[in-house]
Structure formats: C-alpha cells, structure tokens
Ligand binder design. Structure first.
Ligand code: ADP
Ligand code: MG
Ligand code: MG
Length: 213
C-alpha cells in the first residue's frame, strides 16, 4: 500500500476542476510520475465520489501506448492521490495554441494515435466522453496520451448524462438523447478539423450559437 511518504513531491504541473497535479519521484526506484491530488472536502462539496471511483477503476484497467497509465492510487485523511504516468510535454492544447495549427502530416499522426486509443477503449466497453485538447497529453517523445477519465463510463448500453465540453459535444448529447461510444468518435472529427485549422469548427462567442451550429 502506497502513501505520500513514498514520494518526493516536486513542482506543480497542472490544475483541473477537482485535482492539482504535481511531479513526483518514487523514493526507492527514482521512477518519475505525476501525482494527481484530490481533496476530500472538494469531493464532498461536489458529490464527486462516484466519478472518482469510476475514473480510478476504468483507467487502472487500461493498458495502451496512447492511454495515460494509472499505476496506483491511495488516500489519507484529507486527500485521494492518483499515481499517473508522467506526460513530460504537457497538454496538446498548449502546443496547438503556440503553433496555430499542425501540418497535415503531424495532424495525421495525432489522429491515428487518438483513433487507435479510442478503438482500444471502446473494445473494452469504455467511453471517455471528455476528449478535448486539454485532456490529450504528450509524453517526453511527443506521443499522444488520452488522460482524465473523470467522465468515462464502462458501458455497452445507451447513456443519458450530458457531459463534455461544448465545442466537442456530439449532436445526440446536445439534443439530450441517449448516446454511446460514438460520441468519442465525433470528437475525433472535431479535433481533426481543429488540428488542421487551429480552432474547432462550431466555435462561437456564445455557447448557444455553438450548440445551434
Ligand atoms: P481534471 O480531472 O481536474 O480536469 P486532469 O487529470 O485533466 O484533471 O489534470 C489537469 C491538468 O494537469 C491536465 O490538463 C494537464 O495539464 C495536467 N496533467 C494531468 N495529468 C498529467 C500527467 N500525467 N502528466 C503531465 N501533466 C498532467
Ligand atoms: Mg481535465
Ligand atoms: Mg477530470
């Protein structure tokens, strides 16, 4: 059973809605990881236990070169800690914004990696449901890794929860209809466009306009 004392905690590397992420090094082996720390008070406030449990169960069961590994997890009185593969080059989002758009060759490589990872997840009956550039990370060699399984579900049946980010929402989600793994494939199309053009196809100043488009 792991605990925080097994790790040297390093610099702050990222923040999401529920977690702060730090660089970490396992003391015995020197192995470098990312530590996603979620405070239990926050879990309580937003009633997020179920989501976190699913995130852990689902990501722990996946093993693919383009899916961020979850090695272990533990908790103490105040927080839950996920021990994750470290993606040294950070968010694909930041890279995309800094270069504007990708060449066809680069875009094709990312689309192929993402398609392979999604096909693997779907074969294991996992739907990610929050694919977007902030949740796609790059490792030290620039390989794409799907991260943040906080909205993921294990299901082969139709689902109803509205989730995801407006620009990447499939029409069946916008219309609050039942949805399945195909919502991830929709985001693959949105991202293919965004990689080549620099912004997503239905972007608008008002969220309502994006939904209409
Ligand atoms: P949340 O579920 O709160 O959105 P994420 O898992 O998406 O949290 O992590 C928030 C941010 O932290 C990511 O967008 C990314 O910038 C950074 N991050 C998360 N995990 C890693 C990792 N394993 N390696 C490098 N950066 C990471
Ligand atoms: Mg996230
Ligand atoms: Mg999340």
């Amino acid at each position: 059973q792991w605990s925080l004392t097994d790790f040297d905690v390093g610099k702050f590397i990222g923040e999401g809605k529920f977690g702060k992420v730090y660089l970490g090094r396992e003391k015995q082996s020197g192995y470098v990881v990312a530590l996603k720390v979620i405070y239990k008070t926050k879990l309580e406030k937003y009633r997020f236990h179920g989501h976190l449990r699913r995130e852990i169960e689902i990501q722990h069961g996946l093993d693919h070169p383009n899916v961020l590994r979850l090695f272990a997890w533990f908790h103490d009185a105040d927080r839950v800690v996920l021990v994750l593969e470290y993606a040294a080059r950070g968010e694909l989002y930041k890279l995309l914004r800094s270069v504007g758009h990708f060449s066809e060759r680069t875009a094709a490589t990312y689309v192929a990696s993402l398609a392979g990872a999604l096909a693997y997840c779907h074969k294991k009956q996992v739907i990610h449901r929050d694919i977007k550039p902030e949740n796609l990370l790059l490792d030290i060699e620039g390989r794409l890794k799907i991260a943040d399984f906080g909205w993921a579900v294990r299901s082969n049946a139709k689902r109803h929860t509205l989730c995801g980010t407006i620009d990447y929402l499939a029409p069946e989600m916008v219309e609050k209809k039942a949805h399945d793994y195909a919502v991830d494939n929709w985001t693959l199309g949105i991202l293919c466009y965004e990689f080549l053009y620099g912004s997503p196809p239905f972007e608008a100043a008002e969220q309502q306009d994006t939904l209409m488009r």
